[in-house]
Write a new protein. Structure first.
Length: 180
């Protein structure tokens, strides 16, 4: 019986070293070599300063910026997640109706509903176009100039067929900051 216990303990020790130390180190090393930007969070820099991540939404509330999808976690990366409220939840419907009242009845769905993660960095081109008049007025730019920036930052489906067209809100707002 002692022999079986010692064999089991050795197996646990070996498997623990492999699965909790060796494997993560190998995968991290491969990630750093093959995809260094993505492995380090797809950080977006302005000079030497990090201004955000291309993969995580940030809270923009100023009228001169495009706003991302609402976040059930208030854009907190540690506590990110959905509200877990179903489409029949009265609280969820009240929240959506409150957003509809503040944005208008013709607001696109992705400006009314929170994303599953609460950190979706992209909005639909329709959601971006919906915000053009507000952003243009706040920046004292023509709607046509702002529309052109939206068009240039709109990305098509991945690989040409996966998903829908999208606009990364951080990239769009950075492009706006460059427009004078």
């Amino acid at each position: 019986m002692i022999k079986e216990i010692l064999t089991s303990l050795r197996a646990i020790l070996v498997l623990t070293v492999i699965t909790s130390i060796a494997y993560p180190l190998v995968i991290t090393g491969i990630g750093q070599l093959a995809f260094p930007s993505q492995a380090n969070g797809s950080l977006v820099k302005s000079g030497d300063q990090v201004v955000g991540s291309a993969l995580l939404a940030q809270k923009f509330t100023d009228a001169k910026y495009f706003w991302p999808r609402p976040s059930a976690a208030d854009y907190a990366t540690v506590a990110s997640g959905a509200s877990n409220q179903g489409f029949t939840s009265q609280k969820n419907l009240d929240t959506i109706n409150q957003r509809r009242t503040s944005l208008g009845n013709d607001a696109p769905a992705d400006l009314l509903t929170a994303s599953g993660s609460g950190l979706d960095p992209d909005i639909s081109p329709e959601a971006a176009r919906f915000q053009i008049a507000r952003v243009a007025a706040a920046r004292k730019l023509s709607p046509e100039a702002v529309s052109k920036i939206v068009d240039t930052t709109t990305q098509g489906p991945q690989l040409g067929f996966l998903g829908e067209p999208r606009v990364n809100v951080l990239a769009l707002n950075r492009a706006l900051n460059l427009a004078k």
